[in-house]
Design a protein around this ligand. Structure first.
Ligand code: PEP
Length: 253
């Protein structure tokens, strides 16, 4: 059975001490609520990762928000997948729309990052999503397919089986606009169908596909109740312990 996942993306927020105290609150709340087959992840800024991985225990897994595409070397200011793994992280977000937009990350670059993440034992949370124009002009299925084909469909069956996909419509990220549960389900079913066509039905059925974009305690239960939505990638609401917990509890409602 595919995993149910709620992953928080703190983005570039929280000083070190703020991160530790928010995380400690979340760990305390989550350990009583999370069910056996559910996974809670916090993707934090690099400077938090080592401490959070120690504090998270079995309650919360830790992820980074990016990694460099090379193994190591003269890339001043960058952080490698191996370094991320070495501090106890298990996950890394790859291809978030903010990285695509502000750092001009192409599908080809993201494919390299995915390969290096997997080679170092990290699970990529690979993000895809269309802009508002692409939604309105009806090209969104083509856009999403091309992000999949160029970003992750070069992976072997074994490697692809380790990847989590996050559908994050760009127009819904940080805007307060959420895809309706029907809009999100339509896309998630499409993604699963494309995975089945490229790999096979068993792999498609086992792939967790998360929804992201202004997901909050009010809309999470309806989104997560959809057949092909296996959880959420949560930005703003992951910065409030109560909201993050309530989103986790949305699986049980
Ligand atoms: C995100 O950054 O991945 C995200 C989904 O943000 P928000 O929940 O704030 O829209």
């Amino acid at each position: 059975m595919r995993k149910k996942i709620v992953a928080g993306n703190w983005k570039m927020n929280l000083e070190y001490s703020e991160g530790i105290s928010l995380f400690s609150e979340i760990v305390n709340m989550v350990k009583d609520e999370k069910k056996g087959d559910q996974l809670a992840i916090i993707c934090a800024p690099y400077i938090h990762l080592h401490s959070l991985a120690k504090l998270g225990g079995n309650a919360i897994s830790i992820g980074a928000q990016n990694c460099h595409q090379k193994e190591s070397g003269a890339y001043t200011g960058e952080i490698s997948a191996k370094m991320i793994k070495s501090v106890g992280c298990e996950y890394v977000i790859i291809g978030h729309s903010e990285r695509r937009q502000y750092f001009a990350e192409s599908d080809e670059l993201l494919a390299e990052k995915t390969v290096i993440a997997l080679a170092n034992g990290l699970t990529p949370l690979f993000c895809i999503g269309e802009t508002l124009d692409e939604r309105n002009n009806g090209s969104y299925f083509d856009v999403l397919k091309s992000q999949l084909v160029n970003g992750v469909f070069g992976l072997s069956n074994a490697d692809f089986s380790k990847v989590v996909i996050a559908y994050e419509p760009v127009w819904a990220i940080g805007t307060g606009l959420t895809a309706s549960s029907a809009q999100a389900q339509e896309v998630h079913a499409f993604i699963r169908k494309e995975i089945a066509a490229k790999y096979d039905t068993a792999i498609a059925e086992e792939t967790s596909i998360l929804y992201g974009g202004s997901c909050n305690p009010k809309n999470a239960a309806e989104l997560f109740a959809q057949e092909d939505i296996d959880g959420g990638l949560i930005g703003g609401a992951s910065l409030k312990s109560r909201d993050f917990l309530d989103i986790i509890k949305a699986f049980n409602s």
